[in-house]
Design a protein around this ligand. Structure first.
Ligand code: NAP
Ligand code: ZN
Ligand code: ZN
Length: 351
């Protein structure tokens, strides 16, 4: 065991503050990573404040982690000391069930082990995330980082990137399709970039008209302001696929009416009840589907990172110090992010 500096919440109502967490000594299949950058996901905020009623404290959030390997166990084949390495939302799974065998560890029948707000497998020890100096993870759950990308802007790919890439690939989004990305935040801005790179015609659907210019710069072909009823009516039946990143339960009915016959809307943000509920008629008329999607498996995470390396895709980031993370959370609540906060972990080491 060794101790590292971290930032943690002690309860749902206490701000994040300096804390110290224990890491295991790396085993034969583990890599020990010195964390350089960690993204700030809206899920960090949800969990720090117990929005999903499943939070374990103390909690050091952070699941968009990039850094360098400082130790590699004797059986580690994927990494050597000095290599870049990345960790996302999970650090373990049962590895035997049907989803695990199909490289879909995020849907592990026993539940995958989350990077934070979880317990290490077979133990009651809490897991702690990337708002910390170092992390120790089994190599299967560590991804390789393409060397050509700006490292601080790679961090958000580990959650915002894979969570948008995976459903776009699963539903085979590509040329000839009209795709709408709902919500221009951390996930949404990656959704726009990926949908465009996959060849679709992309509409950014937003509540914030002032983000329109950015949406076009990020690659959207057009912008639809969801509060503009006339514009929403004009786009009725226009979309093959909608990726909905809205972080809270909301009225999905206006969005369902944007879908074409056989269209699909995938939810990635709203874990809580949809209020008011979806109207049956909005699905039945038009044979429409509402689906959901959770991050992506480790093989697909690597595929996504390699895709980003090839297409030069990274996140648009605003760098912060670790002591600015509570303020960043408040700004997330106001939709004031352009488009992902990333913590420079040097600021924790220096603190
Ligand atoms: P974010 O950066 O805060 O962006 C969310 C965006 O949604 C906002 O910028 C805003 O965009 C829009 N929005 C916010 N509240 C809204 C409301 N009440 N009605 C309509 N639009 C609203 O959040 P994020 O980090 O992208 O995360 C989005 C959600 O995905 C969170 O709930 C997070 O927990 C979840 N998540 C899920 C997975 C998964 O595996 N399924 C993975 C990561 C995150 P506009 O200003 O453009 O309207
Ligand atoms: Zn996340
Ligand atoms: Zn499993």
């Amino acid at each position: 065991m060794f101790k590292v500096k971290a930032y943690a919440a002690q309860s749902a109502t206490s701000p994040l503050a300096p804390f110290s967490v224990e890491r295991r000594d790396p085993g034969p299949h583990d890599v020990q990573i010195d964390i350089l950058y960690c993204g700030v996901c809206h899920s960090d905020l949800h969990q720090a404040r117990n929005d999903w009623s499943n939070s374990l404290y103390p909690m050091a959030p952070g699941h968009e982690i990039v850094g360098r390997v400082v130790k590699a166990g004797a059986h580690v084949t994927k990494f050597k000391v000095g290599d870049l390495a990345a960790v996302g939302c999970m650090v373990d799974s049962c590895r035997r069930c049907e989803p695990c065998e199909a490289d879909l560890e995020q849907y592990c029948a026993e539940g995958c082990t989350l990077t934070y707000n979880d317990r290490e497998r077979g133990s009651d020890k809490l897991t702690f995330g990337g708002y910390s100096e170092q992390i120790v993870v089994e190599q299967r759950f560590v991804a390789k980082v393409p060397e050509n990308l700006d490292l601080k802007a790679v961090a958000p790919l580990l959650c915002a990137g894979i969570t948008t890439y995976s459903p776009l690939r699963h539903w085979q989004v590509g040329p000839g399709q009209r795709v709408g990305i709902i919500g221009l935040g951390g996930l949404g801005h990656m959704g726009v970039k990926f949908a465009k790179a996959l060849g679709a015609r992309v509409t950014m659907i937003t509540t914030s008209p002032e983000k329109g210019k950015d949406a076009l710069r990020l690659g959207a072909d057009e912008v639809l302001v969801s509060r503009d009823e006339a514009a929403m009516t004009k786009h009725r039946g226009a979309f093959d696929f909608l990726l909905n990143t809205i972080p809270v339960g909301h009225d999905v009915n206006p969005y369902l009416s944007l879908l074409k016959l056989d269209g699909t809307m995938v939810l990635v943000g709203a874990l809580t009840a949809l209020e008011p509920p979806p109207m049956g008629a909005n699905l039945i008329g038009g044979r429409k589907r509402i689906a959901g999607s959770l991050i992506g498996g480790m093989a697909e995470t690597q595929e996504m990172l390699d895709f980003c390396g090839k297409h030069n895709i990274v996140s648009d980031v605003e760098m912060i110090r670790i002591d600015e993370v509570n303020e960043a959370y408040e700004r997330l609540l106001k939709n004031d992010v352009r488009y992902r906060f990333v913590i420079d972990m040097e600021s924790l080491k220096a603190a």
